[in-house]
Design a protein around this ligand. Structure first.
Ligand SMILES: *Cc1c(COP(=O)(O)O)cnc(C)c1O
Length: 640
């Protein structure tokens, strides 16, 4: 095996940075997972895919590792435990998982199961999320936090959950919501849940979600509204129900300094409320912990300049200092981290179907240059051929410019009707080969001339990946988020293509043209020739928000899934599989009624029979085919 090449691949794709101990490239050139975070326990991903295929689960597919979820939950809790010990903090820490980050049942099942021993709770922001969350048995001390805007029904659900034994906290977004709670508390005082108040902080987050916080944020109460709520509680004689102060400064906060500032401010609010005679138990610091998608550990939008431990240390230290200074008891700190818990646990795997390149050779459709044509070859063609044969490191700039001239001349002649399609094809092929050579020579220059940088971008190959960006990584389309993308095998070989990725939707936005880099961002991804089939690409760190924001553009729905568990003996097993949305279900979501579809198909078939376009005995076969297709997923199948 080519160990040196494999080491180069590790650096090229930065996997040891963003992989966080969960993903790496093994010495056989395959990408492997270490779901328990232990380097010697591995799951070979190409092998896992073949296993899944033998069970009927084909790419595009999601591979889930519940053990990564468990490990992240445990990393979060130990980070706080360690920090509390380090700073001799007199309060405690409890965490909840925010439902909106990934509502798939398969995923929440794992969250609840792995989190039980930590009293890990849930956080919801809408009535459907509430009802789904209510169905789970949580640990006895686990919290059930309700954020978001609430009507009377939502608040009634809070009373119902309290009656069912949940530790419900209704976090109010304004005095009107509090009034609704107080009204219902008069009727059912015994079922009144805990009350929380979301505070609008002056401090802002950083990164793409900075506007979730600060004075102009749509969330939280202003200082005067906080005071108004305190007064309302006092007048209703329900001061002891004030259980939590809450803030959340936005997702993927890239700079730890921002979190520290917000914590300082929120701790003061907590202390001052205490001094007014109220006894809130919890200070809920929301989510926002960043995931280092590019492995750079910087404040760049797709990174974060701190670790979980550094975050926990700062949070505990700052809150401890303010409480000491103000002489109030330390709170129970509640965290609502979602992204950092969920992101690592899943991978989207796609197969490459086709490569579109300016040069035909990379598609395998080698076109015979100088095909015989009825006219003698044009002068332009022989000149281009001469340039291709003679371009070198000394003359490439001049020869490249000459080639542009001859190439454009061929097009002028084509437009005038003097050139046939064969000669046009030959000119294209010669020209792009010259470009490739010129690029090769220019790459040796100290300062690459700008025209060659642009040429580089024009010469990239487009790899057609069998998936929908809108379904599987919607944030890459909507907010230009970067995810690590890497071929799952072949790392023992040098990549030969500079590529961008296009998906199978009929939308020109369905493409990826920006890729992670440790120092910056890249316009191309290095890939191998996919002629060595199968060639799988993995999209990593997609477990947070991508499934909840997925949409069915072009009616491409949820993809197949396989859940993999590593066992104690070091072997692994596919423990659960889920088939993606069949076409039939996708049609139903757009109000098509399947019986009516069948009525129409049957009417058209009998008309075709009566017009003798088809024979009666073909009808059954056609209907069988339609039935089968309605029951398959919409993605491209392997052509057998
Ligand atoms: C979205 C959200 C979270 C989760 O944020 P992450 O950045 O995913 O950790 C936590 N709390 C509230 C109130 C939220 O709206």
């Amino acid at each position: 095996m080519n160990i040196q090449q494999i080491q180069e691949a590790r650096e090229l794709y930065g996997i040891d940075g963003w992989g966080a101990g969960y993903f790496s490239i093994a010495d056989n050139g395959n990408v492997v997972s270490h779901p328990t975070g232990e380097e010697h326990l591995t799951i070979d991903l190409p092998e896992a895919i073949s296993k899944a295929k033998s069970m009927g689960i084909h790419p595009p597919m999601i591979i889930r590792f519940p053990q990564i979820i468990e490990n992240q939950i445990s990393r979060l809790h130990s980070a706080f435990k360690e920090a509390m010990w380090e700073y001799n903090f007199q309060g405690s820490h409890r965490a909840v998982f925010p439902f909106k980050v990934n509502q798939r049942r398969e995923f929440i099942d794992s969250i609840v199961k792995c989190g039980y021993k930590f009293n890990y709770g849930l956080e919801v922001g809408s009535k459907p999320e509430f009802l789904a969350a209510l169905s789970y048995e949580l640990g006895e001390d686990a919290l059930f936090v309700c954020n978001g805007f609430k009507d009377r029904e939502f608040i009634d659900l809070g009373f119902i959950a309290k009656a069912m034994g949940k530790n419900v906290v209704l976090v109010v977004e304004g005095p009107d919501e509090l009034q609704l709670i107080l009204d219902q508390a008069k009727l059912q005082p015994q079922h009144c849940p805990y009350i929380g108040v979301r505070v609008k902080l002056y401090s802002r987050g950083s990164g793409k979600w900075a506007k979730s916080s600060g004075e102009s944020s749509k969330f939280g109460l202003t200082t005067i509204e906080v005071l108004q709520c305190l007064k309302m509680l006092n007048e209703a004689n329900l001061n002891e129900k004030l259980y939590m102060l809450h803030f959340h400064i936005g997702s993927q906060v890239t700079e730890i300094k921002r979190i520290k500032n917000a914590i300082k401010e929120a701790s003061r609010v907590y202390a001052k409320v205490h001094k007014m005679g109220y006894k809130p138990v919890c200070l809920n610091i929301g989510g926002g912990v960043g995931v280092d998608y590019d492995g750079s550990k910087t404040s760049f939008a797709s990174s974060a300049n701190y670790s979980l431990q550094e975050l926990a240390n700062d949070v505990i230290y700052e809150i401890g200092e303010v409480c000491k200074n103000e002489d109030v008891p330390c709170p129970q700190i509640v965290t609502e981290s979602g992204r950092v818990i969920a992101a690592y646990h899943s991978i989207v795997v796609t197969d490459i179907r086709e490569v579109q390149s300016t040069e035909s050779f990379s598609t395998g459709a080698e076109f015979d240059l100088f095909v015989p044509s009825d006219k003698p070859a044009h002068k332009g063609l022989s000149e281009l051929k001469y340039i291709l044969d003679n371009i070198n490191r000394k003359n490439f700039v001049e020869y490249y410019h000459d080639a542009i001239e001859y190439y454009e001349e061929m097009f002028t002649l084509f437009n005038l009707g003097y050139v046939n399609l064969q000669d046009r094809a030959t000119a294209e092929q010669l020209f792009y080969r010259i470009c490739r050579r010129a690029l090769f020579f220019s790459s040796y220059e100290k300062h690459q001339p700008e025209e060659f940088e642009n040429l580089q971008q024009r010469m990239v190959s487009k790899f057609l990946a069998n998936f929908s960006i809108f379904q599987s990584i919607p944030d890459s389309w909507s907010i230009d988020q970067l995810f690590p993308v890497i071929p799952l095998s072949h790392h023992e070989k040098k990549p030969t293509h500079k590529a961008t990725i296009v998906d199978i939707t009929c939308d020109s936005d369905g493409c990826l043209e920006k890729f992670i880099d440790r120092r910056d961002m890249r316009n191309v991804l290095d890939l191998h020739s996919p002629s060595q089939k199968p060639y799988y690409l993995g999209f990593f760190l997609v477990g947070a928000y991508q499934e909840s924001l997925a949409n069915e553009h072009n009616l491409f729905g949820a993809i197949n899934e396989a859940e993999i568990i590593l066992k104690e003996d070091g072997k692994w097993e596919i423990t659960k599989t889920t088939i993606g949305d069949p076409i039939e279900e996708l049609l139903i979501t757009r109000n098509y009624e399947i019986p009516l579809l069948w009525e129409s198909f049957e009417a058209q078939l009998s008309r075709a029979v009566s017009k003798e376009i088809i024979a009666q005995d073909e009808v059954a076969r056609i209907k069988d085919h339609i039935k089968e297709y309605l029951n398959t997923t919409p993605y491209l199948r392997e052509n057998k």
